[in-house]
Ligand binder design. Sequence first.
Ligand code: T1G
Length: 690
Amino acid sequence: MSDFLKLNRDGDVAIVTIDNPPVNALSFHVREPLMKALVGLRDDSSVAAIVIACAGRTFVAGADITEFGKPVQQPDLRAIVAMLETIAKPTVAAIHGTALGGGLELALGCHFRVADAGAKLGLPEVKLGLLPGGGGTVRLPRLVGAVKALKMIVSGAPIGAAEAHAAGLVDAVFEGDLTTHVVNFAREIARKGGPFTPVRDRDEGLGETDLAAFDAEAADLARKARGLEAPIACAQAVRNAVTLPFDEALAAERALFAGLVASDQSRAQRHLFFAEREAAKLPGKDTPKRRIGRVGVIGAGTMGGGIAIAFANGGYPVTLLETSQEALQRGLATIDRNYAVSVSRGSLTEDARRQRLAQFKGSTDYADLTDCDLIVEAVFEDMAVKKEVFGKLDAIARPGAILATNTSYLDINEIAASTLRPQDVLGLHFFSPANVMKLLEIVRAEKTAPDALATVVDLARRIGKVAVVVGVCHGFVGNRMLAARGAESEALLLEGATPRQIDQAFTDFGWPMGPFQMGDLAGLDIGWRNRKARGQTADIADTLCELGRFGQKTGRGFYLYEAGTRTPVPDPEVEALIRDKAAEKGIAPRTIGAAEIIERTLYPLVNEGAKILEEGIAARASDIDVVWVNGYGFPIGKGGPMFWAGLEGAGKIIERLEYWHQRTGKDVFKPAPLLKRMAETGSWEAGATA
Ligand code: T1G
């Protein structure tokens, strides 16, 4: 056989076991022996039934994503599935772990699918900017119906074994030793005798599809696609399954797949898939990690409460500390309300809510943190306050406990230096709401110990966060680049662009919302307070805050918000205020187009990223992409600011930065040397050559 495929017999049942760690991806070195094995078993009269199983932790989790963009080596998945469906004897897929993408499509080529009770099944290709290209868009509807298939394929979300069984995707679900159950299942099926109908011929259910309902559902999903091509193509392919003969629908799927796999959007999304995993890799293999049992959180406000929930949701007991019983009870009540909302939405059971709440201990006494292995402070963003907290932690925390600050901006080296244990100090910069936002910037200070860093990177994955390790500078990676992106905001307004025009340029680019709508959502007073703390001003934003216009929370900010709605309505008062400010400065308004808005916001964003790479604040350009996609909503179809710079053309970016630098003299437009080298070499790697 092969190192990646084993063939065993249990009497007249043949078991083909794929063994391609870590996720049994259908690489060529699996497909080739698999095809040979199946042909042989098809022709072996002593074999009554064929089981396809996988070793390791999961059934096939998909095609091998690293093979995309390279010439396809035959047999491809389609050829294997087509051959499977020529086999008259019963074929059974034994599914455990996550049968995803090409893995589920391989299983759909079998007559039967049997799943372990804990298994998940899905077609997540849309998350890679693709569609199921191995027949999934044509076969899945034949088992679960067109609308359910549409929802599964356009969302990319997997379903559990029980739901799959109820929907007709799997034929049996077992607990315990799956192989034994599957062999008995296969033998029984063979004993009963056929004929065994391949999925391609099981189209009896499709005829009842209500196309109008299907199209309505597809249109609703399309509205949420926000410029991404793959969701639209997925819906079209599933519709073809209903309206076209099987082979025509299959050919149409192949054509749609070919278009997507070559698209910039799919390249961008595949880049992000690997970038997220790369970001969690630290230099030095297998650095030992410290044991984290209980987590302490200091501060039960918005951030502290969210952080506490994030750890409790990850299964960690949490001690929440506040300065007073009143503040503590307020924080605990907010946490309780958060869980109650989840229960009311059906995303959490009442039992789970009680279990989560049982994870919390509240206290106003630092001595109650002595049994914590990680302590995160989320107190007021002021260096003196932070140092006071760390001084107390230094005195009471157990040796080896990791002491983390949630600061967004402050110098963590300075905080660490105020303790006797700088090796245990680092930053955990959560994004609000901390229990929802995926991104976690892990800030390594100069003296942070490698094992402390490795511990929290592993911890981030356990609590469902996307971790990026960053260095110490003002704003680390995300907020420092955000400042660069916003540096020209006021100038653009004063020169004639309205908040709506600027926000529209961003949403047309693919952002979920523009900077002014985002500011109104987050609260303009936050930026106002930061500017005052740093002795900075922003004419228009400061004036709005002085008028008490903090955004949605006050019903007015850059926009107006009718009571109870979040819909931004342009406010003539704000536009008049901007015009008056411009007149005071002798600035004559002019029409400003979307291209200029992008040049004066997103090009400085890329440029600041280049400077961050030069300074070693981020280890990889792809880390910066992971920060911006997971923390700030950068459109996934553009792969993050640094990947997008390659699509946009670094040369074009430099040329326009130099134009604006010459025109405004602002440093934010001065092209970074690494950006120039990227233009020459096409790579962000420092050592790249042309
Ligand atoms: N191809 C290649 N490598 C993969 C891979 C894949 N499909 N899936 C995972 N890996 C690598 C990953 O990069 C990492 O590598 C290691 O495996 C562990 O992954 C024709 C076109 C299965 C839920 O989209 O969702 O089939 O960093 O860290 O957290 O229609 O991996 O160790 O070197 O994520 O336990 C469709 C993608 C493909 C599933 C496991 N399938 N994978 O999560 O481990 S397209 C997918 C996942 C396709 C067909 C189409 C997750 C997982 P390294 P991990 P995990």
